[in-house]
Design a protein around this ligand. Sequence first.
Ligand SMILES: [Zn+2]
Length: 101
Amino acid sequence: MAFRKEEKLSAELAQELLTTTRQVSPFPGVDAGPPKTLFETKQCLHCQGVHSRKCPSVSSIEYYNDGAVKHVTYFPHGSWPEDQVIWLEDVYDALPNEENL
Ligand SMILES: [Zn+2]
């Protein structure tokens, strides 16, 4: 899925992003946790939005040899293209107006 702000988020996609699905247990006997919306499962750990490519807020990530994250550097607030990210409020804004249903 490619997310661009210029293409207005459709009401259909907004509803899909808020659809709740049951989570799958990672191991037998391990609680899968509460159901999550598609938005929550796609949500970026760094900017809390949803985007299709690398997080635009991240400048660099340094890793340990085992692949664990050692250090993350972010671009200063206001200096990265936030229009590449779908925010939760964008999703709610794109929902059909209940008066139109
Ligand atoms: Zn992000």
